[in-house]
Design a binder for this molecule. Structure first.
Ligand code: MG
Length: 244
C-alpha cells in the first residue's frame, strides 16, 4: 500500500502546522491511541522491533505504563534501559515508521474506538475543526488510520501536531499553543498525560475512558468532562465544547 507523501514540514523537530490559524478558530485536538483507536495489544512490540533492527540488540520484557508517552519518549527510555546510545533515536524512529505500515495492517490493524466517526462529524457540525495532537509521527498515524479504515481527510493536517521527536508531551502542546495563538483549542485524550500536557499551556482537556485509564482516574485530572466513550459520552463532550 502506498500512502500520501509527507511534506518537508514533517522534518521539523516538533511538527507544528503551517501557522496562520485564523483568530477565533475553534479546534479539537484529538489524541490517537486509546482515543480515536483502541490500543493495540501488540503495538508496543514495534518499538523493540525497530530498536533491534537498528542496533542488533535483542530487547526482552514488557513495558507497562507507557500509555500517553510520545514515541520519542518511549524509544529514548528504552534505549537508556537497554544501555544503548540515545543518539540512535532518529534511526530507530525512522525504522519505526517503516515497520508501522505492516504493523498496522491485516491482522495487526487497529480498531476504531466506539463512536469515533459519528463524534468527528458531530464536533465538525458544532463548528469545531478536528485536528490531531499525538505522540505518533504523521506516517504512523496515516498507517494506523489506513488499517482502521478511517479517512485521513477527517482531520485538518495543517493544524495537527506530532510528537515523534518530542521527548515530553507538553512540548507538543506548546508547539500547538504557539501555532494556534488566538484560537480556542481543546485536548481530547484518554490519559492523565494528555491532561497535564493540556494544563501546561492552558488548554481545556476532555477525557474519554476508552484507553487503559478509568473514568475515576481521569476525574483526578483537570478534565472539564470525563466520559466513558464517544457513544454514551458524546452529548457531554458537545455540552463541554459549547461552554468554551
Ligand atoms: Mg492516548
Amino acid at each position: 500500500m502506498t500512502l500520501p507523501i509527507f511534506g518537508q514540514e514533517d522534518a521539523r523537530p516538533v511538527r507544528p502546522g503551517s501557522g496562520g490559524a485564523t483568530n477565533r478558530t475553534r479546534i479539537v485536538l484529538w489524541d490517537v491511541d486509546g482515543t480515536i483507536l483502541r490500543n493495540g495489544g501488540r503495538a508496543g512490540l514495534l518499538y523493540d522491533d525497530a530498536i533491534r533492527d537498528v542496533s542488533g540488540f535483542e530487547p526482552v520484557g514488557a513495558h507497562p505504563g507507557e500509555h500517553g508517552k510520545t514515541d520519542a519518549q518511549i524509544i529514548s527510555e528504552r534505549l537508556t534501559e537497554y544501555g544503548l546510545d540515545p543518539a540512535l533515536l532518529p534511526r530507530v524512529s525512522a525504522r519505526l515508521d517503516e515497520l508501522s505500515e505492516a504493523g498496522n495492517a491485516g491482522p495487526s490493524a487497529r480498531q476504531l474506538a466506539p463512536g469515533v466517526p459519528e463524534a468527528l462529524a458531530a464536533v465538525a457540525d458544532a463548528g469545531w475543526v478536528n485536528g490531531l495532537l499525538t505522540g505518533n509521527s504523521p506516517a504512523r498515524v496515516r498507517f494506523k488510520f489506513a488499517g482502521a479504515g478511517l479517512p485521513v481527510d477527517r482531520f485538518d493536517w495543517a493544524h495537527s501536531y506530532f510528537g515523534d521527536r518530542a521527548l515530553v508531551r507538553s512540548d507538543i502542546t506548546r508547539a500547538a499553543a504557539q501555532d494556534l495563538a488566538g484560537s480556542t483549542a481543546v485536548i481530547l485524550g484518554d490519559t492523565p498525560s494528555d491532561g497535564s500536557a493540556a494544563d501546561a499551556v492552558g488548554f481545556p482537556f476532555i477525557a474519554v475512558a476508552t484507553g487503559v485509564f478509568s473514568e475515576d482516574v481521569l476525574r483526578e485530572t483537570s478534565a472539564i468532562a470525563v466520559v466513558p466513550d464517544l457513544v454514551e459520552g458524546l452529548p457531554a463532550v458537545l455540552a463541554a465544547l459549547a461552554t468554551l
